[in-house]
Design a protein around this ligand. Sequence first.
Ligand code: GAR
Length: 213
Amino acid sequence: MKKIVVLVSGGGTNLQALIDAQNRGELRGGKITCVISSRADAYALKRARKNDIPTRVVPRKDYPDNASYSKALHEALFQEYADLIVLAGFMTILDKRIIQAYKNRIINVHPSLIPSFCGDGFYGLHVHEKVLQRGVKLTGATVHFVTEICDGGPIILQKAVEVRNDDTPEILQRRVMEEAEWKLLPEAVSLFCEGRLTVCDGRAYIDYKEVSK
Ligand code: GAR
């Protein structure tokens, strides 16, 4: 069983999707062993505690910059023996210390079809605001490995979601979560934990061969 450590900062609906998948026995080959939050007041922590998942808080506000924060976070991840790190609405950019130490072992969920509407400043509700401003008819979600390029790592899974005329950012965010994020993230985590993902020349490949259980 791979040890999955989930990093959160807010509401934690993607964490909930992982917990639900685990409780249904659908998180194949892995177990959520710890949830680490960058904020003490994140609702995601309540979701973890309700499911008896150990939690830690490494508050972003206690550190002057990303480098010192990443050092503290790295220590926590090391102590938790993390095999896989999942960024589930984690709103801090990791520095290269962690990214290099966990190469191809950090997965992020992003609420758009990368390479559209991603990179610096594109996070949370802002992404959906920009999508609506631009008037695209399709958006979606992407799960990808994390590299030093913000939202630029190898893409594991993507799913398109329709944009409707009367959408608000909040309505669109909810549809993208329901139709894409909450499905893609547990699937990508399972594929990783089953050893069915490889990365070559900046691209992620899924092994669709039948795996022995
Ligand atoms: C999700 O939509 C996630 O894709 C996004 O923040 C939201 C967190 O919601 N992440 C990013 O924008 C990262 N660039 P949640 O806390 O309910 O899972």
